[in-house]
Design a protein around this ligand. Structure first.
Ligand SMILES: Nc1ncnc2c1ncn2[C@@H]1O[C@H](COP(=O)(O)OP(=O)(O)O)[C@@H](O)[C@H]1O
Ligand SMILES: [Mg+2]
Length: 383
């Protein structure tokens, strides 16, 4: 549990970054801080692990005043993930995950076992990934390792400051899904900062909306959407989010465009480089206008292990589920639900690839609104 009591932060005797903050984040809660740039989100987060000290007020973590703890001990019990995670390039995935366990003097077996356990938690096969170097991973995979590294010594609290900000939308969507699944498994108190409302609504148990260092509204995503406190909140949500049912929208209006592409004769290394450059976990494989399918970072890594980095991406098992760009999202959601894939390639009338739809927010959140009774184990309050 993290409690803010009258916390104020003033920089240089003049900038009031955080202004009289009172808030309790419950144990196991996923709390998202959101607000415009400069409203004090990062300062708030960094006061929790004492990268910044409050000017006045106090912060309690599990009942203890953070000022009474050694900063080193405090940070050890707190994972911290930022956009520029900076994995150590000369260390393998296993070694990167084990940085803190290493500092704490864990044995080789303990470190290895923990790293395997964590990789398995996010469906990264330890046999495939443990000895890889960061340069051998896609952008999304690198960010996943950053999250695992933060969880290595099983901290109570995870602090995340726009951790997926640099990733392309498709990959970000998938990491959101995975983070929610991960959270179900590990039940950490997560404090997550973003300026992206879609991200906040998707991830949060509760959302804290900030403006000029003050709290404007603290509520569940549903409550914020239904009853915004004032004009500022309503504006921040954006009227389109409240009015249109996303399932009636045409695929081409919401699809992700500019999917990175390679010809089927490209090598696995070419594909990996492109995934790193574009910070994505998916690329399209197409020879001219002849679409072959989508290649995921996951399948790329498996194939790399089997056949070596020089082999061609045309040999990989590709994702070939498609939807017509003129269909509605209703169709897209059904198609994703029928298959196990995370992405759907969007084709135009002439059968040319024009975009992609990911599993992300639509099926998981909005499908429940549509088929509340049928979704297994899901109950609604209405009717
Ligand atoms: N180290 C600093 N020194 C002086 N002013 C700062 C410092 N860090 C942040 N600020 C100011 O404090 C306010 C809040 O910043 P920040 O917490 O980074 O906001 P956010 O993360 O919401 O964008 C801004 O006005 C910013 O310019
Ligand atoms: Mg910030």
């Amino acid at each position: 549990m993290v409690v803010f009591e009258d916390v104020t932060k003033i920089y240089d005797d003049e900038t009031v970054a955080v202004d009289g903050l009172n808030l309790t984040v419950e144990r196991g809660e996923f709390m998202v801080f959101i607000g415009p740039s400069g409203c004090g989100k990062t300062t708030t987060l960094q006061m929790i692990n004492r990268l910044k000290e409050p000017t006045s007020g106090r912060i309690l973590v599990n009942g203890e005043d953070t000022r009474d703890m050694k900063a080193v001990d405090l940070r050890r019990n707190m994972g911290y993930v930022i956009q520029e995670i900076a994995l150590f390039p000369h260390m393998t995935v296993g070694q990167n995950i084990s940085v803190v366990p290493d500092l704490l003097g864990w044995s080789q077996e303990e470190k290895l076992e923990r790293a395997r356990e964590l990789l398995a938690l996010v469906d990264l096969d330890p046999d495939v990934y443990m000895d890889r170097y960061p340069r051998e991973l896609s952008g999304g995979q690198q960010q996943r390792i950053g999250v695992l590294r933060a969880l290595a010594v099983d901290p109570d609290v995870l602090l995340m400051d726009e951790p997926f900000g640099g990733l392309d939308p498709l990959t970000r969507d998938q990491l959101h899904d995975e983070l929610k699944i991960l959270q179900d498994k590990v039940q950490k108190t997560i404090i997550f900062v973003t300026h992206d409302m879609d991200e906040a609504l998707k991830l949060a148990d509760r959302v804290t909306l900030m403006r000029d260092g003050k709290l404007v509204q603290v509520d569940s995503p549903e409550e914020i959407l239904r009853n915004p406190n004032d004009e500022f909140v309503a504006d921040f949500i954006g009227s389109e989010r409240r009015l249109i049912s996303p399932l009636d929208v045409l695929v081409r209006e919401v699809m992700l465009e500019d999917i990175p592409k390679l010809g089927s004769d490209a090598s696995l290394d070419d594909a990996l480089s492109l995934m790193q450059e574009k910070k994505t976990d998916y690329i399209a494989v197409a020879d001219g206008d002849d679409f072959k399918g989508m290649l995921s970072a996951h399948r790329l890594q498996e194939l790399r292990l089997d056949t070596g980095p020089e082999s061609s991406i045309g040999d990989a098992e590709l994702i070939t589920v498609t939807v017509d760009s003129r269909e509605t999202m209703m169709t897209a959601v059904h198609r994703l639900a029928e298959t196990e894939e995370h992405v759907l390639a969007v084709m135009n009338r002439k059968g040319k690839l024009v975009g992609a739809i990911s599993r992300g927010w639509l099926p998981d959140i909005l499908a429940k609104e549509l088929w509340p009774k049928e979704a297994a184990g899901f109950e609604t309050e209405e009717s």
